[in-house]
Design a protein around this ligand. Structure first.
Ligand SMILES: [Zn+2]
Ligand SMILES: [Zn+2]
Length: 296
């Protein structure tokens, strides 16, 4: 199959980016400035679990004439019958013209509180086992995402274990004596919460769910029935042929196509705002128009 070259006409937009309010490295002000340098006409800030970066960026974007879109990225648990391996699906939620409902905002605040208290319990359980670790250390690394991978990194650095796997096996995994359960919502629940909250739910970087194509097709069909609106067809992790595949799939399942770089700054230096990895991205402005039409 011959893949057509990435379309280079029209304005550049990017519907997936992170600031240092979650796990990116640029401040909201730096991100807005970079978007202007890159001549982006529209940018969505989609930090994990928080609108804080977006809110700081609003007046700055206004002042510089950048069309800024409110978004957020949420994690969810995918249930597949007969599969013991837990899988996770990232859901982007866009609010192109509406404010998120109060219910959605308080649900988010609750999520942050839950995460904090689970992390505090886990730090305490590890301290009880003689490990020198504090909640502050973990939160300094993970910000809104602080969780077991950050505990693992610290355990490796401090020499309690030699690698990540060992950290989970001995301290953090479900069979470890210090295990603290982490509840996460199912994908269907998150889709529903997004819709109830006035947002547009979109499955982010589907390639990362790691499913065989037939299973992926079934799962996305199921999500569509649960109210899913969009599919991120363009993403830095999707080579051109895969972008084309997801574009066709989105059409088939009647999902709105979206796209973005998933820019994180210095932690993912090969991913550039607007243009992705090695210029594999060019998100058409009509994708954003589609989202805007959806809520009208
Ligand atoms: Zn993601
Ligand atoms: Zn992301």
């Amino acid at each position: 199959m011959v893949t057509p070259p990435v379309d280079v006409s029209g304005p550049v937009i990017d519907l997936h980016s992170h600031t240092n309010a979650s796990d990116g490295t640029l401040t909201p002000a730096e991100l807005v400035a970079l978007a202007k340098t890159k001549n982006l006409s529209s940018l969505a800030i989609t930090d994990h679990d928080t609108f804080e970066g977006y809110e700081i960026a609003v007046p700055l974007a206004q002042a510089s004439g950048l069309d800024l879109v409110r978004g957020i990225e949420l994690n969810s648990r995918l249930l597949i019958e007969g599969s013991a391996q837990p899988r996770f699906v990232h859901i982007l939620v866009y609010f192109p013209s509406r404010h998120p409902s109060e219910g959605f905002q308080s649900w988010l605040a609750e999520q942050r509180t839950d995460r904090r208290s689970r992390n505090a319990k886990l730090a305490k359980a590890l301290q009880d086992r003689g490990v020198n670790i504090t909640l502050q250390e973990v939160e300094a690394r993970g910000r809104t995402l602080a969780g077991r991978p950050h505990f693992a990194r610290i355990l490796v650095e401090k020499g309690y274990v030699t690698n990540f796997e060992d950290a989970f096996h001995k301290y953090l995994g479900e069979d470890a004596p210090s295990y603290v359960e982490r509840e996460s919502n199912t994908t269907e629940e998150v889709i529903d919460l997004a819709l109830q909250g006035g947002g547009i739910p979109v499955v982010a970087h589907p390639i990362r769910i790691g499913l065989a194509r037939a299973v992926e097709h079934d799962v996305l069909t199921r999500f569509k029935q649960a109210g899913l609106v969009g599919l991120e067809v363009y993403h830095s992790d999707h080579p051109p042929a895969l972008q084309q595949y997801y574009r066709v799939l989105a059409d088939e399942l009647e999902l709105l196509p979206t796209g973005g770089s998933d820019f994180h700054g210095a932690v993912k230096p090969d991913t550039e705002l607007g243009t992705g990895r090695a210029h594999n991205l060019r998100v058409p402005a009509e994708f954003l128009e589609g989202l805007r039409r959806f809520v009208q």
